[in-house]
Structures are given as structure tokens and as C-alpha cells.
Design a protein around this ligand. Structure first.
Ligand code: NAD
Ligand code: MG
Length: 398
């Protein structure tokens, strides 16, 4: 987004020390006259946070604990020292701060819900990476955006691709529920590191194998979600909320090369795809600059070396998480919150080698069966369901 004046856009990057955060900072680095990092958050890694402060000189920083704040303060010269705040309330406050017009929501998991909602309620331009927030509270977030006039732009690569495949008119009103010219949305998935493995083979896989994604370099949680295909399930829910679609209007297509990032099929037989090398700087740059374009540093494809682009159907038996997410979406209420919370606990336990890979879908499935569903009308109801599901999951880890 460029303003009419020559002043750079003031950005807030929540989750600046993570994978998406770092890609965002790289785009600011390449476009210093257009964007300025005004504020940021990082939960731990204070060494990286100090480097961010030294390079970008943000005015305000939120960190996870008092000891982190003390460590950061001690490592910075006084002329660079930002205002350092601590904790979740500070995150919410920073997200709503009127001194930044644009916010990148790149905290991982349910921890990002409250601050994302706070930025949306403040009517900002919100670049959404934190898909878990939308899975947990899709109705509330979309309603809040409507009320405040916030512009919600997806930077999850598939959703950004879908957005790019829409006409200008549809991009400005992303509600596709009445879009009679659209036949369906095709959500592509790489299939992750275990594509082609059977359920039996998946019983033996290790965290380091699961973390080794063939095409994308990402944070640990989303890497495991990609291996179980829960990521695609969360993304299907995300697509339904962002574009106001029903699950049956979205088809998941396995495309192992991750060159096509998603597609939209129109009633005249046209299928529009958005393509490019798998690098998150493309969707982030697109959403930052939309409706204009800026440099992202992403390389051009070498077409002669690209090789074949292939497509297949997902294997729902070996990767039941996708099916579980569709079930949770159609159940509605707190079911997607429970799915997300139990998945977060199970993924952590798998990374810590406490449970096997296939225990992740098993646990999510059992939790959904044990859930007494009710509506998710308020943040309080959602957070209560989240706490209940986490406690349930910890009790049932095996
Ligand atoms: P990451 O683990 O690399 O970074 C997460 C960030 O969140 C870090 O800055 C960390 O300090 C912060 N954080 C962690 N726990 C926190 C807590 N309890 N409170 C406050 N902050 C906390 O994760 P990532 O891969 O950058 O993913 C971030 C989000 O973007 C996720 O929702 C993910 O699904 C989504 N996303 C990521 C990619 C990708 O390529 N990495 C692609 C699409 C969507
Ligand atoms: Mg994605």
C-alpha cells in the first residue's frame, strides 16, 4: 500500500522473529522508502530481536517475559532502545495502536488470536498469516472486519493466490457466496514430506523427518501440520471464512511441485492459477503493496528446468486430518477451536517425542467426538473451549 504522500507506511509486525516475520522484514529492507517498521513483537529469541532493533529502529517492542525484556534492554545501546512492553495485554494494545496503519499477524497458533482481533477491531489493514485465529473465530473476525472497515488480506500463499485469481471487483469485496461466475476454488497442497506413504509407514516417522518439508522453509508447527495435512484442513476452513464459501466449493488438489499456489475455476471453463517459486516473500509483498506491486527479492523461475507439474487427489485414509477439519467446519460452533487446540498440543507432544505421528489425528478425532458442541459467539466462549480442549488433550496424551 502506498500513500499519496511520500511518507513510508508504518508497519507493526507481530511475530517478527519467526519465519513469516523475517520474510516481512526482508521486504521492508528492500523497500525502505515505502515501509517503516514502527513496532514489532517476538516471544523469545532476544538475540534476533536485538538485531531487529539495531537494523530497523522500531519505537515499540512487545516480548514474552520480564526476563526477556531485561535481556533485550541490556543488549541495546541507549539511542536504539525502544519502548519495551511485556505480555498478552501489551500485544493487544500494540495491535490497536493508531500510529501503525498496517499490521502483519504472524504469531503462530491460538496465541495470535487476541492481537489479530484487536488489530481488526481497530480497522487496520491486516495481513493475515495466523490462520489459527481465523479457524478459531472466523465468524467473529469477519464480523469485526465488516464493522470496523478493516481490510483483511491473506498472506497464506494459497489464499493470497486465490485472491490474486479474482477480478478487481471481487478483490474489493471478497464475499464469493453470490459469485455465480465461479465454479470452484482449487486449494493446492504439496502433500508434505510423507506424500505417498501408507498409514502403516506413517506410524514410524520421526519429528526430524516430519520437519523436513520438501519445498517450503517454515516454522516448526506449520511444518508438522504440513506433514499431517492438518495445515490443508486449517487452510480449507481459512478459505471458507475469508471468501465466504462452503466446504464443497473448495477442492483440495495435491500438487507436489508447489509451483501453482492455488486456482479459481470459472463457469466458462477458464481456470486461473497464480504461480511462482515457493517463497513467502511473494504473497507478503503482494498483500503489503496491493493493489500495486513492489520488489520482493523472489527469483524468476527457470522454465526450462522446471520439469513436469503434476496433480493428484489427497489420500484421506493416510492423512485423516483434512477430513477431520472438514467435519469440524461443518459441525461449526466450538468444534474448529477444539480441533485447533488439540492439534497444537499434539504437535508439541510429537515434536517432544512423547507421542507418535499418527497419534496426532487420533487425538484430534477423539477430542471432537468428546466435545459437547456449542456456539462460539464470543471471544470468552472460544477461549474457554480452547482451554478445555488443551486440558483434555494433555490428559489423553499417550
Ligand atoms: P514461527 O514459529 O517461525 O514464528 C512464530 C512467531 O510467533 C515468533 O515470532 C514467535 O516469537 C511468536 N510466538 C510464538 N509463541 C508465541 C506466544 N505464545 N505469544 C506471542 N508470540 C508467540 O512460525 P511461522 O512459520 O512464521 O508461522 C507464523 C504463522 O504464519 C502461523 O500461523 C503459520 O500457520 C502461518 N503461516 C506460515 C507460513 C510459513 O511459510 N512459515 C506460511 C503460511 C502461513
Ligand atoms: Mg499455506
Amino acid at each position: 500500500m502506498r500513500t499519496d504522500t511520500n511518507k513510508p507506511v508504518s508497519l507493526c509486525v507481530l511475530g517478527a522473529t519467526g519465519s513469516i516475520g523475517q520474510s516481512t522484514l526482508d521486504i521492508i529492507r528492500r523497500n525502505p522508502h515505502q515501509y517503516r517498521l514502527a513496532s514489532a513483537s517476538g516471544f523469545s529469541n532476544m538475540k534476533l530481536m536485538a538485531d531487529i532493533c539495531l537494523e530497523f529502529r522500531p519505537k515499540t517492542i512487545v516480548v514474552g517475559s520480564n526476563s526477556n525484556a531485561a535481556q533485550l534492554k541490556a543488549s541495546l545501546p541507549s539511542d536504539v532502545l525502544p519502548n519495551i512492553m511485556v505480555g498478552n495485554d501489551a500485544l493487544d494494545e500494540l495491535a490497536a495502536d493508531p500510529r501503525t496503519s498496517t499490521l502483519v499477524a504472524a504469531i503462530v497458533g491460538a496465541a495470535g488470536l487476541s492481537s489479530t482481533l484487536s488489530a481488526v477491531r481497530a480497522g487496520k489493514r491486516v495481513l493475515l498469516a495466523n490462520k489459527e485465529a481465523l479457524v478459531m473465530s472466523g465468524a467473529l473476525l469477519m464480523e469485526a472486519a465488516k464493522e470496523s472497515g478493516a481490510t483483511l488480506l491473506p498472506i497464506d500463499s494459497e489464499h493470497n493466490a486465490i485472491f490474486q485469481c479474482l477480478s478487481d471487483h471481487r478483490q474489493r469485496h471478497c464475499d464469493l457466496s453470490e459469485a455465480s461466475e465461479i465454479k470452484k476454488v482449487l486449494l493446492t497442497a504439496s502433500g508434505g514430506p510423507f506424500r505417498g506413504k501408507s498409514r502403516e509407514e506413517l506410524l514410524q516417522v520421526t519429528p526430524s523427518q516430519a520437519l523436513d518439508h520438501p519445498n517450503w522453509s517454515m516454522g516448526p508447527k506449520i511444518s508438522i501440520d504440513s506433514a499431517t495435512m492438518m495445515n490443508k484442513g486449517l487452510e480449507l476452513i481459512e478459505a471458507c471464512w475469508l471468501f465466504n464459501l462452503q466446504a464443497h466449493q473448495v477442492e483440495v488438489v495435491i500438487h507436489p511441485q508447489s509451483f501453482i499456489h492455488s486456482m479459481v475455476e470459472y463457469i466458462d471453463g477458464s481456470v486461473i492459477a497464480q504461480m511462482g517459486l515457493p517463497d513467502m516473500r511473494t504473497p507478503i509483498a503482494h498483500a503489503l503493496a496491493w493493489p500495486e506491486r513492489i520488489l520482493s527479492g523472489v527469483k524468476s523461475p527457470i522454465w526450462s528446468q522446471l520439469g513436469p507439474l503434476t496433480f493428484e487427489a489427497p489420500d484421506l485414509e493416510a492423512f485423516p486430518c483434512l477430513k477431520l477439519a472438514i467435519e469440524a467446519l461443518s459441525a461449526g460452533g466450538i468444534a474448529p477451536t477444539v480441533l485447533n487446540a488439540v492439534n497444537e498440543v499434539a504437535v508439541e507432544a510429537f515434536i517432544a517425542e512423547q507421542i507418535s505421528f499418527m497419534s496426532i489425528p487420533d487425538l484430534v478425532s477423539e477430542a471432537l467426538a468428546a466435545t459437547e458442541n456449542r456456539s462460539a459467539v464470543s471471544v470468552e466462549a472460544i477461549m474457554e473451549a480452547d482451554s478445555w480442549a488443551r486440558a483434555w488433550a494433555r490428559q489423553h496424551l499417550k
